[in-house]
Design a protein around this ligand. Structure first.
Ligand SMILES: Nc1nc2c(ncn2[C@@H]2O[C@H](COP(=O)(O)OP(=O)(O)O)[C@@H](O)[C@H]2O)c(=O)[nH]1
Ligand SMILES: [Mg+2]
Length: 441
């Protein structure tokens, strides 16, 4: 199977955006192609990939930028959202019914971290007031019994095993019976190698025997591209209910883990972040994506974009007042205004500035915003930046394109000129105010 490291190819794609001097439509399209390729190569469902990439393209290109946010930041945020959606929007807890016996069966290849995560899980639920127990059904690995027994003793969790038995199905059955009054019964199994037929059969027999509440696949977060194949093999043999990614401490980005998720469709519920028994954390999708993309500060970037989506910053108002005010800016201001209230309120955010705009102008702006938006949308970027070039034939074309009247288009231009003039006046007035030796209210 030809599988690329999903994580790293996505990372490369994102890097392109981060490094590019200009983020334009072409670059966004290229990014989306990279994104599709990466996901398809990881055997992600074609329909899901198409859905995701359509969303990304639509949002990255069509959505108006929140004030103060660059196209670049916006694109990163959109991709981030898509990936977050992909690994799950929020953390999904392990559903334990208190007061009842819940059997959790751990599967995964040898060395992936099953035994360690099993003990960590026991500790995790013990700290939350539940009664856990550990069962060693690994009769293959020498020392498996002692390893889990010692871990169980170190956290004072009840343990069951049969050191001399070679029958894991029987051990599992006896253990589950022994712990009938325990709430979280964690069953550790042998790993060996994923392609070993007898392992698969053994796993299926144990599952059939004890009917676990949930089968948890433990994946090694450092294995990269093998994760998808491994996860797929286990998922074919059993019903993988959730995933724990172990060894996500250190430098592992866990890109393979994402393909593991893709291969099984099962959610990641925990990550192992160290060898110690306390090193288990509920999986937080956002944090994982940040790590996957190799962007430590992605969460603050996302927070910044989210904030800007509902707030017009003082900087934007200043930029608007500084004279460079295009139709594109006007459009953006309309968008922002709708989200936060009237323009008067926007302007009132500028310190030391109190000027009442004529109310009829504000009303007019708000009433006709929708029509104006259609009109501006029908313009070329050049026309938006430099409305002076709007001659009669352009006005005709825009009116037709936006489903409005030529009169509406001319009215918009007139309104735009009026606003620009007004803003220039405000700017002069503000400068004057600043020169005053004392504050004028
Ligand atoms: N750094 C790190 N090492 C881990 C983690 N989980 C397990 N290990 C180590 O990985 C090795 C294999 O773990 P083990 O639980 O025995 O794997 P099993 O064969 O699947 O049961 C051991 O040396 C563990 O200490 C983890 O989250 N981080
Ligand atoms: Mg083990």
């Amino acid at each position: 199977m030809v599988l690329e490291k999903l994580g790293s190819s996505l990372y490369d794609a994102i890097r392109k955006v981060i490094r590019a001097p200009v983020v334009d439509a072409d670059l966004v399209k290229e990014l989306i192609r990279d994104f599709q390729r990466a996901l398809l190569q990881a055997d992600v469902n074609v329909q899901l990939v198409m859905e995701l990439s359509q969303n990304i393209e639509k949002q990255a290109l069509d959505e108006e930028l929140p004030p103060g946010i660059s196209r670049r930041e916006h694109v990163v945020k959109v991709v981030y959202d898509a990936l977050t959606y992909f690994v799950g929007e929020k953390q999904i807890p392990l559903d334990i019914r208190p007061g009842k016996q819940n059997v959790l069966m751990l599967i995964g290849i040898q060395g992936s971290g099953k035994t360690t995560q099993g003990a960590k899980l026991a500790r995790y639920f013990q700290k939350r007031g539940l009664k856990p127990a550990l069962i060693c059904a690994d009769t293959f690995r020498p020392g498996a019994f002692d390893q889990l027994k010692q871990l169980a003793e170190s956290i004072k969790v009840d343990f069951y095993g049969e050191p001399d038995s070679k029958d894991p199905v029987k051990i599992a059955r006896n253990g589950v019976k022994t712990f009938s009054d325990h709430e979280v019964v964690i069953l550790d199994t042998s790993g060996r190698h994923k392609e070993e037929k007898s392992l698969i059969v053994e796993m299926q027999q144990i599952a059939r025997e004890v009917r676990p509440q949930e089968i948890i696949l433990v994946l090694d977060g450092t294995i990269g591209q093998q994760a998808a194949a491994q996860a797929a093999a286990f998922n074919e043999a059993t019903d993988v209910g959730s995933i724990i990614i172990a060894k996500l401490d250190g430098s592992a980005r866990g890109g393979g883990a994402l393909s593991g998720v893709a291969a099984t469709g099962a959610p990641i519920k925990f990550i192992g972040t160290g060898e110690k028994i306390e090193d288990l954390e509920p999986f937080v999708p956002g944090r994982f994506i940040g790590r996957l993309l190799g962007m430590g500060d992605i969460e603050s970037l996302v927070a910044k974009v989210q904030e800007a989506e509902v707030q017009v910053t003082e900087r934007d108002v200043n930029a608007m007042l500084s004279g460079k005010f295009s139709l594109a800016d006007m459009y953006q201001q309309f968008e922002a205004m709708r989200k936060m209230g009237p323009l008067q309120k926007v302007l009132s955010m500028v310190p030391g500035f109190s000027y009442q705009l004529p109310q009829d102008q504000l009303d007019l702006a708000e009433d006709r915003m929708d029509r104006w938006k259609y009109i501006i949308e029908s313009m070329t970027p050049e026309e938006r930046e430099n409305p002076k070039i709007l001659n009669a034939s352009r006005v005709r074309r825009i009116a037709r394109g936006s489903g409005t009247d030529e009169r509406d288009v001319r009215e918009l231009i007139k309104q735009y000129n009026a606003m620009r003039k007004m803003l220039r006046q405000l700017k002069g007035r503000r400068r004057m105010l600043r020169r005053m030796p004392f504050k004028l209210g």
